[in-house]
Design a protein around this ligand. Structure first.
Ligand SMILES: NC(=O)c1ccc[n+]([C@@H]2O[C@H](COP(=O)([O-])OP(=O)(O)OC[C@H]3O[C@@H](n4cnc5c(N)ncnc54)[C@H](O)[C@@H]3O)[C@@H](O)[C@H]2O)c1
Length: 265
């Protein structure tokens, strides 16, 4: 647990904050939700794997924290909006939104990508993020409140070929969403940042079907240069920093968490 000493009292880094974390049933979302819970946040663990989200919320509550699970498919506008409303109804406010839910493509280069696959990847990785951001931002602006958004993006949002063309394009768009929104609302006490993880050990491979041999071989050359595979907890620590007041002057930027991988090219 990360504990600060302030005025003789022990407080945690996110004491009393209300945080929504999407994709919280697995991988980095699970690690972020858990670390936020350990740090005093009221956590809404949101995922379309509701059982998984419930298990994470139970673990947080059993450890003395405060959490509830919400079923959400981030491709559905109504569900995304109701996820934010549920957080506000249950805990009285919204302070932090972590847009973490995401899926991989199957390493298809542009010659192999279908319209359907392109739309699916963008619906989850980009449009779902925009819709949750829009809902949270309007809540803060309408109520004259401050807030912070952390988007789990990818080194694939900064570089050309860490996956296929659809994943890369969807994550580049998420970088633009992050920077544009960080700038637009900078004078309203709203901060928006992204994390660009490198290769992290999670369950994301399970969303990959019918891998493109050609695309995998090309992208695999860059993956071969990664110094090591990271752990979800290492990304969660970056999300804790960006979600907390420790990063109060950090806005509109992308923090690469890749063990130095992309510094090399
Ligand atoms: N694992 C990596 O190497 C890596 C690297 C860079 C970025 N990322 C990004 O990190 C984020 C988290 O991925 P992860 O690696 O922890 O994967 P993961 O598969 O372990 O977890 C992703 C979670 O998102 C949920 N999810 C997927 N689609 C959803 C939808 N439509 N609505 C609601 N929930 C949905 C899944 O149920 C799952 O619980 C993603 O945005 C991914 O693109 C992953």
């Amino acid at each position: 647990m990360n504990i600060l000493l302030k005025g003789g009292l022990f407080i945690t880094k996110l004491d009393g904050k209300v945080a929504v974390v999407t994709g919280a049933a697995s991988g980095m979302g699970k690690a972020i939700a858990t670390l936020y819970g350990e740090n005093g946040a009221n956590v809404v663990a949101a995922d379309f794997n509701f059982e998984g989200a419930e298990a994470v919320a139970s673990e947080i509550n059993d450890a003395g924290g405060s959490a509830l699970a919400v079923s959400v498919n981030v491709t559905e506008r109504v569900q995304v909006e109701s996820m934010i409303d549920t957080a506000i109804d249950a805990f009285g406010d919204l302070n932090i939104l972590v847009n973490n839910a995401g899926i991989m493509d199957s390493f298809e280069p542009v010659g192999e990508i279908t319209d359907e696959k392109w739309d699916q990847i963008f619906d989850v990785n980009t449009k779902g993020v925009m819709r949750a951001m829009r809902k949270a931002i309007n809540y803060w602006v309408d109520n004259d409140k401050e807030g912070t958004i952390v988007n789990t993006i990818s080194t694939g949002g900064l570089n050309g070929a860490h996956a296929g063309v659809a994943y890369g394009a969807s994550k580049h768009a998420a970088v633009a969403l992050t920077k544009n929104t960080g700038w637009m609302y900078a004078k309203k006490g709203i901060r928006v940042n992204g994390i660009a993880p490198g290769s992290i050990e999670t369950n994301i491979g399970s969303s990959m079907k019918d891998i493109s041999e050609f695309g995998m071989e090309r992208a695999g050359m860059t993956h071969g240069l990664s110094p090591r595979i990271g752990q979800a907890g290492e990304v969660a620590e970056a999300a804790l920093f960006l979600g907390s007041d420790a990063s109060s002057f950090v806005n509109g930027t992308i923090l690469t968490v890749d063990g130095g991988w992309t510094a090399g090219f």
